[in-house]
Design a protein around this ligand. Structure first.
Ligand code: NAI
Ligand code: MG
Length: 504
């Protein structure tokens, strides 16, 4: 196989962030505690595969304890009973503390996850803080309705917190996924048991500590670290959890939905995988489209649920686009994510690293043209070379499955109507990108696509107020914005007779 080299040097000695790991226990009822079994599990540094810290390993008994604490805090504690303004103040205090500790949080995130520190600091952390400011702002603006009835009745529709929320998050954006779930749940007055991903348990525990400092009452936010098939499954199937929110793979999404259905039929929101099309029309600004197609796919080591992983390019500009996309990928800086100027760090773990390399092999075997990359980067840790395939066909595995790695697939199209059909011919429907300077084409394509988000001449624009979620097997429900509040509210209709029908 032809070898290509990327511009950054391999890391020899990884930089150690100036940070102590202080929080490795489970947070249950306001106390950092060992797991019931006393077991721990290692969380690894993806740059080397070495252990960063041993973390308490929660299992079913710890989930039971955390759910009991959350139940008590909901049924008897101050959180759902205090004024919404007081809740809002505590959330704002937390957001301000997170802002103050933004460097430590970003360092911890990079260390545990492998993402470039600069990106964690300048992209993920500001969004994280903004999310809590945003939902703190909602806390005292959640109100019900009065509705007209056909008879002499006064009808109030009350919006109440739903109760104990179970939340299971993945490892690709540990802080953001926490914020998307914890923010709206707290704003509505719920209590929470959060299960972090086993690859990245550290930032959730640090966040829990900051919430304590901000004055969140005990038991309102409980954090249980541990594995999916044990702690995660126990949370999804718990009889005393009133609502479940999950982000992760489509396969695990099906499992948790079934666990929820078989236990107490708790409502479930799912934010799952994607195979998002990125469509570049022949009238697009090619250089801009190349840069954003590169960003759409390679950002976060390609580990984004909404990665633009099927780059459809009009045949008239196809060759130029491929040449430029290849040059951009070859120029991508890969290396120690703590170093300045590094665009790409390692994949999260050995399992993902091997999975990405398997998909690359499948691309080569299926006769897509390997333009660059195609192998591991360096000899240590889980780094993968930025990889570009051209001449990719819709039926190839690399055009169908979510690779979740730095592998760009460039496909050719001729006709707008047909590319909409091809873009929609997937089990997923999370996001899409459209590049054109023609407003009619932009409208036609964006309305034709079956996707929860369509970015036109931009990509990965995230905002606390913009709802996000998927069509088809990319999920159920929406997170962020006002839409997320509905996930955490019960609706109660209260009807009473009107004594004076004259005022009906
Ligand atoms: P996963 O979906 O298995 O893990 C996500 C979360 O679910 C983790 O907290 C995990 O502990 C938990 N979990 C796993 N099994 C569970 C179970 N039986 N019951 C309850 N919770 C459970 O994803 P994984 O294995 O880390 O990655 C596999 C693939 O999933 C990736 O290659 C990628 O394609 C996709 N993925 C998508 C994400 C997204 O943002 N939509 C995030 C992470 C992974
Ligand atoms: Mg880790």
């Amino acid at each position: 196989m032809q070898r290509f080299t990327s511009s950054a040097a391999v890391i020899d000695e990884p930089i150690i962030p100036p940070l102590q790991i202080n929080y490795t226990k489970l947070l249950i009822n306001g106390q950092f505690v060992d797991s019931a079994s006393g077991k721990t599990f290692p969380t690894l540094d993806p740059r080397t595969g070495e252990v960063i810290a041993h973390v308490a390993e929660g299992d079913a008994e710890d989930i039971n304890r955390a759910v009991s604490a959350a139940r008590k805090a909901f049924d008897e504690g101050p959180w759902p009973r205090m004024t919404a303004y007081e809740r809002s103040r505590i959330m704002l205090r937390f957001a301000d503390l997170a802002e103050k500790h933004t460097q430590e949080l970003a360092q911890l995130e990079t260390w545990d996850n492998g993402k470039p520190y600069e990106q964690a600091l300048t992209a993920e952390l500001p969004l994280f803080v903004r999310l809590f400011h945003y939902y703190a702002g909602w806390a005292d603006k959640i109100h019900g309705l009065t509705v007209p009835a056909d008879g002499p009745h006064h009808v109030q529709v009350l919006h109440e917190p739903i109760g104990v929320a179970g939340q299971i998050i993945p490892w690709n954006f540990p802080l953001l996924m926490l914020a998307w779930k914890v923010g709206p749940a707290l704003a509505c007055g719920n209590t929470i048991v959060l299960k972090s991903a086993e690859q990245t348990p550290l930032t959730a525990l640090y966040v829990a500590k900051l919430f304590q400092e901000a004055g969140l009452p005990d038991g309102v936010l409980n954090v249980v670290s541990g594995y999916g098939s044990t702690a995660g499954a126990a949370l999804a199937s718990h009889m005393d959890v009133d609502k479940l929110a999950f982000t992760g793979s489509t396969n695990t999404g099906k499992v948790v939905l079934e666990l929820a259905a078989r236990s107490n039929l708790k409502p479930v929101t799912l934010e799952l995988g994607g195979k998002s099309p990125f469509i570049v029309c022949d009238d697009a600004d090619v250089d801009h489209a190349v840069e954003l197609a590169h960003f759409a796919l390679f950002f976060n080591q390609g580990q984004c649920c909404c990665a633009g992983s099927r780059t459809y390019v009009h045949e008239r500009i196809y060759d130029e686009f491929v040449d430029k996309a290849k040059a951009r990928a070859l120029g991508r800086t890969v290396g120690d994510p703590f170093k300045n100027g590094i665009e790409q760090g390692p994949q999260i773990d050995l399992k993902q690293f091997e999975k990405v390399l398997r998909y690359i092999k499948s691309g080569i075997d299926s006769d897509a043209t390997l333009e660059c990359g195609g192998d591991r980067f360096g000899s240590k840790g889980y780094f993968v070379q930025p990889t570009v395939f051209s001449n990719v066909k819709d039926d190839m595995l690399i055009a169908q499955d979510e690779i979740f790695g730095p592998v760009q697939s460039i496909l050719k199209f001729k006709d707008v109507d047909k590319v909409i059909k091809r873009a929609n011919a997937t089990r997923y429907g999370l996001a899409a990108g459209v590049f054109t300077t023609n407003i009619d084409k932009a409208n036609t394509i964006s309305r034709g696509l079956k996707a929860g988000t369509v970015w036109i001449n931009c990509y990965d624009i995230f905002d606390a107020a913009i709802p996000f979620g998927g069509y088809k097997m990319s999920g159920i429900g929406r997170e962020k914005g006002v839409y997320s509040l509905n996930n955490y509210l019960q609706v109660k209709s209260v009807i009473s007779p009107l004594k004076n029908p004259a005022w009906l």
